[in-house]
Design a protein around this ligand. Structure first.
Ligand SMILES: [Zn+2]
Length: 438
């Protein structure tokens, strides 16, 4: 006996072969996918479960994986506008310093993670000041999260020093090492905000635990000049010189990288988190996604924080990732819809070391899936579901979300957290947020 059957849906599995089951039935037991068969098959006819959901007119696919976010920054959405990264950051840090405590970080994290969740992301990699509060928010919502100790050399939030960051990162690692929902990571902010020695300290912790390591890298030309002036090398070469590339290293952005650097990243198995919306809005540039894919780099997708891209929408991210390179190269055949759908699902799972568990609808994997409504004017006709997902789907099409076979969004609403109360609390805080920059 299974726990749950999802019947009569269009399944886009996002497996290696991009298998689609046009009218399928999926079974779930103990949070795992136990069967996925055509609805008219004998095998599907024999499936029995405690609960059955008819999903006719719906599309079911794996939950999306957002590989670069700062959920708590949702508190500051729209506060700092019209500036490029470096001057933008200086304003952001003033506001963060005035507002962020563990309590407000929790509030912002619920806000930002819920936006991710309602838009279909079931797993998020997040870098923020109080990671334990982001974990609490993800646990409350029922999502998976990769986060961990931040590193930052300037006087940061809470006036912590390097020695404090080391201690916090170590404790975080030890606490979440065995978790199936929290994937611990080491997250130094960037090579322009963390010294080479401190970056090495951070990497040593990630190496000791075999944990993920993620940092901002090669986001703007100004960052390249800064790092070249300080260390005589470009950002990626600087990271390489300090042994910071590798298959557990996830570099956010990589907008300004040359051919040699792309090869360095490919040869070392380094992963890229591409954030097209943030890169466009901050005037950072357009990452060479075609060249990175062509070199064999695992390219994943991220929204970045809502303070830079102004929303946390993986559908917009997919559409930009699929379209920008075509425009830049004046070629319609590069960066295909299939490649982009994998960037938002299976590639993220691989980056997190979770390819056996997440990223596609396959037997034995966790039942992390989303249900999209196809009864909308932009969903008919639908000749190719994968093209539809990348170019026509909106976050409002996401109606239901399941993690580990448990429903955590029902008909567009989070089931585990009272979001009305969250909205009220954020509204109450808004005047102080605005005042922080006055
Ligand atoms: Zn970022």
């Amino acid at each position: 006996m299974h726990d749950l059957l999802i019947k009569s849906a269009l399944f886009v599995t996002c497996d290696r072969n991009h298998k689609i089951v046009y009218d399928g039935t999926m079974a779930i037991r103990n949070g795992r996918i136990t069967a996925l068969e055509p609805s008219d098959s004998d095998a599907a006819g024999q499936l029995q479960a405690h609960k059955t959901i008819s999903a006719k007119g719906r599309l079911v696919m794996p939950g999306l994986i957002n590989m670069h976010c700062h959920a708590g920054d949702s508190l500051f959405r729209g506060l700092v506008e019209g500036l490029t990264l470096e001057s933008w950051l200086r304003r952001v840090w003033i506001a963060e310093k005035a507002i962020l405590t563990p309590q407000t970080t929790y509030l912002g994290s619920v806000l930002g993670l819920a936006e991710n969740l309602l838009a279909g992301a079931t797993t998020v990699m997040d870098m923020f000041w109080y990671p334990n509060e982001t974990v609490r928010a993800a646990n409350d919502l029922g999502m998976r999260l990769s986060t961990g100790g931040i590193f930052f050399d300037l006087p940061g939030i809470g006036d912590r020093m390097h020695v404090n960051y080391i201690k916090e990162a170590e404790t975080f690692m030890a606490t979440h090492q065995e978790s199936e929902t929290i994937f611990p990571a080491i997250l130094p902010h960037g090579s322009y905000t963390v010294s080479p020695e401190h970056l090495e300290d951070a990497k040593a912790i990630s190496d000791r635990y075999g944990a993920l390591f993620s940092t901002h890298a090669a986001e703007t030309q100004a960052e390249q000049s800064d790092i070249s002036n300080r260390y005589g090398k470009s950002v990626i070469r600087h990271l390489e010189a300090h042994d910071l590339l590798g298959p557990r290293s996830i570099l956010a952005h990589c907008v300004h990288v040359d051919k040699t650097e792309i090869k360095m990243m490919a040869d070392s198995g380094t992963i890229v988190a591409h954030n097209p919306m943030s890169n466009l809005k901050l005037g950072s540039g357009i990452a060479p996604v075609y060249e990175m894919l062509d070199a064999g780099i695992n390219v994943t997708l991220g929204t970045d924080g809502a303070i830079s891209g102004n929303d946390l929408d993986m559908w917009l991210t997919m559409r930009l990732a699929a379209s920008l390179t075509k425009g830049v190269m004046m070629r319609a055949d590069v960066v295909t819809a299939k490649q982009v759908l994998h960037m938002a699902t299976l590639n993220g799972a691989e980056a997190l070391g979770q390819s056996k568990n997440l990223g596609s609808l396959e037997l034995g994997k966790a039942a992390d899936f989303i249900v999209l409504d196809l009864n909308s004017i932009h969903a008919v006709p639908m000749f190719d579901p994968i093209n539809h997902l990348v170019y026509s789907t909106s976050k409002s099409d996401v109606r239901d979300v399941f993690v580990d076979g448990k429903q955590i969004v029902r008909d567009g609403k989070a089931t585990k957290v009272n979001m009305d109360q969250t909205i009220e609390n954020v509204r109450a805080l808004a005047p102080s947020i605005k005042a922080s920059l006055e």
